[in-house]
Write a protein that binds this ligand. Sequence first.
Ligand code: PHE
Length: 340
Amino acid sequence: MREELLKIQEQGSVELNNAQSLEELNQLRIKYLGKKGLLTQVLRGMGSLEASERPIVGQLANEIRDSLEQCLAAKNKYLQEKALLLRLEEEVIDVTLPGRPIKFGNKHPLTLILEEIKGIFTGMGFTVADGPEVELDYYNFEALNIPKDHPARDMQDSFYITDEILLRTHTSPVQARVMQAMTPELPVKIIAPGKVFRRDDDATHSPMFHQVEGLLVDNKITFADLKGTLLSFVRQMFGSDRQIRLRPSYFPFTEPSAEVDVSCFNCGGQGCRVCKDTGWIEILGSGMVHPNVLQMSGYNPEQVTGFAFGMGVERIAMLKYGIDDLRLLFENDVRFLSQF
Ligand code: PHE
């Protein structure tokens, strides 16, 4: 039995050492050390030994098991490392292959337009102000010379939260808030971009849209200042040969009031699809701040004057980028958004 065991040790270590692959090594492990392996088979015959011999043979068997296991572990480590080296050699990384492009996000077209508008006005010395989207009836209407029963309220049907609180229908309430906070300081020279809400919904109207309000109050501000400021804005925004045209209009909070048109940047004024053959495109409402508005917000209309204007950001984006459906700006389809 002793001889059989020694033979297993000798043959086993030779075979393990010669194993060429991890699979082969595993087969050998089963063959020698497995539950039904050679070593176990021999040990089954222990019963036929003299009682005095058993511990000696048992010890020898344990030594042989240990030594074969060490052999196995060493060979296993060696074969693992060899397999890794082989893989590293085969897996060549071709550094000359073109990389996969990383998709970058980009700014929303409205953000781009808004940044451009802000850039132009801050360049003319305006600062950027803001006000709440959920607004008091007082600021949205009353302080802008639109009392409760005024018919002009119908033009700006809104979303009411209570009788006195609503989603603002325009950015003009920021005029009243800023003047109230600044009086008697001069000049008041701000733009106020932000969201506004109206009960409208079609290809050119959305229940939520953006406006940029402008307000300049100081000594001796005239209609000429309004016109010059807007002409400068329009030329920076739409091109240096643009002209503007002011048409008489009506807003309760400005007097006189004017709608401002810009000469069509698509056809230069000849008439085309963009300007509906008129040569002009309407871009904003404006006027001289109504004395009542100045008064209510703490400025003396005998001493100071001012102008104000309000423009729709979506409208300007649509004109500038040639977008014909306003809803595209809010659907967030990446195929659309990634074009800007
Ligand atoms: N608030 C007006 C509107 O939403 C625009 C406007 C602003 C007109 C300031 C005159 C002065 O239609």
